[in-house]
Write a protein that binds this ligand. Sequence first.
Ligand code: 5AD
Ligand code: SF4
Length: 449
Amino acid sequence: MTSPASPKTYHVKSFGCQMNVYDSERMGDLLSADGLTAVDTPEAADVVVLNTCHIRERAAEKLYSDIGRLRQPRADGSRPTIVAAGCVAQAEGAEIGRRAPDVDVIVGPLAYHRLPELLKLARTGRAVDIDMPAVPKFDSLPQRRIAQASAFLTVQEGCDKFCTFCVVPYTRGPETSRPAADLIAEAEALVARGVREVTLLGQNVNAYNGGLTLAGLIRALAQIDGLERIRYTTSHPRDMQGTGGDDLIAAHVEVAKLMPYLHLPVQSGSSRILKAMNRAHTRESYLATLTRLRAARPDVALSGDFIVGFPGETEADFQDTLSIVREVQYAAAYCFKYSIRPGTPAAAMADQVPEAVKDERLARLLAAVAEGSLAFNRSTIGRRCTILLERPGRKPGQLIGKTPWLQSAVVSIPGAAIGDLVEVDIVDAHPNSVEAVPVVPSSQESAAA
Ligand code: 5AD
Ligand code: SF4
């Protein structure tokens, strides 16, 4: 059974975070620039890239089961060239080689600019690159081929924080920022291709330090004509303290293109657990940051990440998490059961919480979060805002766009197209979406009356 000697098509399957979505897109750019054509399914592809995520549970198992499927011979006896990429490849490179001998290329998230070269090397044996090179991969990537109205832009990678539960510092390396000038050029090129919104990505995006601060970069990007909206994620509470945080909060007041939304993971509402997590913030310092932000920008929407069942978490600690959810009233929140990541400090901690307790706490947390999201969405009924239309809705004539607060707004606007920014009134709210109606220009309103 052989993989194709001169592949013509590829498919990139993305698992995990937004940064992986960005990386998948850039791997696609590389393969397209190398003459390959993207196809929609792995079954139709000569090269299949599995861009893995190590944060989610059973990430490695998902990779091995995908590899198992892909290695089955096709009707003509061939099989695709299989690339294991992303954080699982970084963390478990050698192990993957042993457990899945059919993998042709193993490439980490900091080395994927070498993908075309690694594919050529793989014709004579497995090609592996899980180095963390000093020269950034971004300098070696081709022009982007993006065709949506909203695009991700990775500005910062890696993490120096070493939360005791997390693998990212080991798989993505230390915090590094891309030079501001490169990012402004990439954003200008995106806008020339029709992009109207960029989301600046980084594991610790508010630690950005590429010649400008994150607030400085946002101010510079806001100067680009045709770029209408700027978002950023994920921020760390520690970097919201001090002057950097003040400057970012000021940008939320001054820069109209900066959307009123902050994703600021707290992980737990218990300062005792936060200490064991090595989060470098307390419940109180986190809430103080939100108070400063809301004083400056009262309409800001907030989202967070939560972990239930961290080692040693008691019912009282969990109650602190429930109470912070109620106190903050998040527009959205992402909730996870703690899961052991081998090699991280928390993996070796005593007092691991039984699975059944984690399940039960997760259910209660999800209920509290859903209640908060619905309350947030209801609080926006009656607001007039602009939405960026992103995709068709379920019913004919419906479109779905994003409000400034990142809600999905369902609307029917005859003649409107995906990519348009339209003014609407929010008229109804559900747990995961709102309904909106287009604002009728006043001349038509009086004509209709
Ligand atoms: N167990 C559960 N959740 C985790 N996260 C990161 N590592 C783990 C883990 N070992 C969650 C955190 C982080 C989000 C991206 O994933 O909440 O903010
Ligand atoms: Fe992981 Fe903590 Fe770094 Fe976030 S800040 S990437 S949770 S170590």
